[in-house]
Ligand binder design. Structure first.
Ligand SMILES: C[S@@+](CC[C@H](N)C(=O)[O-])C[C@H]1O[C@@H](n2cnc3c(N)ncnc32)[C@H](O)[C@@H]1O
Length: 234
């Protein structure tokens, strides 16, 4: 009996790994959420499908409820898949699910996914590092848990490129903070629905980005690598 924590990739169903497809084909049950592209579920021909993601206006499962479902299914079946968008350990709460399972003596295996944090910029031709331009990047949440006693996100990052996930809702506040450390002319690229047919790319700078209309899910990339991307567009 094994629970596989599997990354589904950023959106395009072809960006899942072969290893993940092999496991999905023999899954007894697949527990999936909103960001995992549902076309991927077609590989799980013999599996029961359990949706635990968010639906507008409806109650959705808390992390504790999801952990409970994983424990129940993990004790019942031989091959349980927990399918998550992107990579399960990049802002996916995969670590919490892993620990809940291990604490109950359930075997867990891991299949990485293409994280949107890097996969989405790469898919449009935006390099997150570039010789002479960017030697480092930071991947950070734009939506830090407000119940935390002390903030961990301080926006004074020294990495050349900042990649913000979950960055739309609080973009105004976060950009205000970032501009304490970076110039308003610093290039910004926002990619909505990356790798999907409704993908949209917005290029701007720190001073102007909050004037643009941005839909979720979106990735915010800040730094001079955006200039490299612009050059490649010409
Ligand atoms: C809860 S996090 C999960 C990240 C996921 N585990 C990963 O590795 O990509 C969700 C955030 O990922 C980003 N995201 C996921 N899929 C995306 C996509 N196709 N295009 C743009 N951003 C995406 C957005 O910032 C979104 O708010």
């Amino acid at each position: 009996m094994v629970v596989y924590l599997i990354g589904a990739g950023p959106g395009d169903p072809d960006l899942i790994t072969l290893k993940a497809v092999k496991i999905l084909k023999k899954a007894d049950v697949v527990i999936y959420d909103r960001l995992a592209n549902e076309e991927i579920l077609a590989y799980a021909t013999d599996a029961e499908l359990i949706y635990v993601g968010k639906k507008a206006g409806e109650h959705y499962k808390s992390q504790d409820e999801i952990n409970q479902i994983l424990l129940e299914q993990g004790k019942k079946h031989n091959v349980v898949v927990r399918l998550k968008g992107g990579d399960p350990f990049v802002f996916g709460r995969g670590g919490e699910e892993m620990l809940a399972l291990i604490n109950e003596g359930i075997n867990v295996e891991f299949i990485p996914g293409v994280t949107s944090a890097i996969g989405v910029p790469t898919s449009v031709g935006l390099p997150v590092t570039h010789r002479g331009v960017a030697t480092s990047f930071t991947i950070v949440t734009g939506h830090e848990d407000p119940t935390k006693k002390e903030k961990q996100v301080k926006w004074d990052y020294t990495a050349d490129t900042i990649i913000i996930l979950m960055g739309v809702g609080r973009l105004k506040d976060n950009v205000k903070e970032i501009m304490k450390y970076r110039d308003s002319e610093t290039p910004v690229c926002v990619i909505e629905n990356g790798t999907l047919p409704n993908e949209r790319v917005v290029i701007s700078n720190l001073g102007d980005i909050t004037k643009k209309k941005i839909n979720t899910p979106a990735l915010v990339i800040i730094g001079n690598v955006v200039k490299v991307y612009k050059k490649a567009l010409k």
